[in-house]
Design a protein around this ligand. Structure first.
Ligand code: SAH
Length: 411
């Protein structure tokens, strides 16, 4: 049994029984005296067993359930090893085609060498994110538990076993460390000597720099949506919120011209370098990279009656909290309305939202309202989510955050 027992109130217990692994601090019954990042036993206020969890003394999410079994600290390393092995095995299983080569090799000729290896709750490893970019593995510990030296060592050792030729970098998000009240730490190489690489998604090549690059890395969750967008894209294309060119570089293989917009100059600089890696595949001439505020630019373009055959909208999460949803929906509507006005009939709109707080139903309703205001009849071609390496857990709606709707104005 774990050293400490944490008692949760009725609401906390109901949440765990409904299959969600989190209990918020406000749903703990009484004071919790467990140490930061330790394994705790969880019981309801009548003393009934709920499971074993990892405790955070700082986060609003006080406990993250690991198992309904009665675990001990001694058993924890083995449990983590098993779960990491299952996560890797799951990617091998879904990856027969797209993710076939788990072992790094020359990128040239490779279709896809990058994917999320471990997705926190969705891999029953709450607080741990691991991404593979060709031969560089990026590891992020989001909680006090996964920041423990002993548990980090288990994770690094397991990853090294599964990916023997890869370097491993631990990436640090200072904001998250702050929330978890962890001492500041720099991103650093923890195995091997490679922190930069070139990786491939759907045959498109990208630069990755784990240590000096932008905070985010790439949006691996959009990999299958890039391919889907490319299947429908044609003619003159506009990629709004392009970041390092994820959609734009796919569109350039099939469209006659591509304009890509982002407010971040550093992101666009990487995008231009990425373009050079892929130019031999491009049907379009040079991609036009524009540094601008997307709202202003779409307004200007709409006023100037610009027309496109393909538009991608992939903004950052507008709703970071539930309270922000109405404002977020207004933002999404403004973007989508302008895009729909600028699309030629038979064109393609690929429109995304990564705000977990905005449901797919709300997103579709917003889109319908934008279509009506634009006076367009719009057919939905596909409703999509994140790529299959970002699995969704029933009962953990946070894992189903990404929406991607592909649609077509008919008239
Ligand atoms: N489509 C990208 C991911 C986009 S992430 C991909 O597939 O890789 C969101 C991007 O929106 C970021 O690059 C950020 O710089 C940009 N951004 C945020 N607010 C913006 C604004 N008002 N105008 C233009 N770009 C913005």
């Amino acid at each position: 049994m774990a050293d400490r027992t944490i008692t949760v109130n009725h609401r906390g217990a109901a949440r765990l029984r409904a299959g969600h692994p989190w209990v918020y601090r406000s749903d703990l019954a009484g004071s919790a005296d467990a140490a930061a990042g330790t394994l705790v036993s969880v019981r309801d206020d009548r003393g009934r067993w709920l499971g074993s969890a990892l405790y955070s003394s700082a986060s609003q999410i006080a406990i993250r359930l690991l198992s309904s079994d009665d675990l001990t600290e001694e058993a924890l390393p083995n449990l983590l090893r098993e779960r990491i092995a299952s996560a890797v095995q799951f990617r091998r299983q879904i990856g027969d085609d797209a993710l076939a080569d788990l072992e790094p090799r020359e990128t040239q000729g490779t279709l896809c060498d990058s994917y999320r290896v471990i997705f926190s709750e969705a891999d029953l490893l709450p607080g741990l994110i691991v991404d593979k970019y060709n031969d560089v593995i990026s590891l992020q510990a989001l909680t006090q538990a996964f920041d423990r030296d002993d548990l980090r060592a288990v994770v690094v050792e397991s990853l090294a076993e599964h990916f023997p030729a890869a370097s491993i970098v631990e990436r640090v998000d200072p904001h998250i460390r702050d929330l978890e009240q962890l001492l500041a730490r720099e991103s650093q190489l923890v195995k091997g000597d490679l922190s930069k690489t070139i990786f491939t998604l759907n045959g498109v090549r990208f630069h990755y720099d784990a240590l000096t690059g932008q905070k985010t890395g790439a949006f691996l969750d959009q990999r299958e949506n890039y391919a889907a967008a490319e299947r429908y894209a044609h003619g003159e294309a506009l990629d709004v919120f392009t970041y390092q060119g994820g959609f734009a570089l796919h569109l350039a293989r099939v469209c006659s011209s591509v304009t890509a917009v982002d407010a971040s100059r550093p992101a666009l600089e990487v995008a231009e370098e990425n373009e050079k890696l892929n130019r031999d595949q491009h049907r379009a001439g040079e991609i036009e990279w524009i540094e601008a505020n997307a709202f202003d630019l779409l307004k200007d373009y709409a006023t100037a009656s610009r027309q496109y055959d393909t538009i991608v909208l992939d903004p950052p999460a507008f709703a970071k909290t539930k309270r922000a949803v109405p404002t977020a929906l207004r933002g999404y509507k403004e973007l989508n309305l302008r895009a729909l006005k600028m699309l030629r009939s038979g064109g393609t709109l690929v429109t995304c939202s990564c705000s977990f707080h905005v449901s797919e139903a709300e997103f579709l309703e917003m889109l319908g309202s934008a279509a009506a205001d634009a006076g367009r009849v719009v057919r939905v071609l596909e409703r999509r989510g994140a790529s299959s390496d970002h699995p969704v857990l029933l009962n953990v709606p946070e894992t189903a955050y990404l929406k991607c709707v592909i649609c077509q104005p008919l008239a």
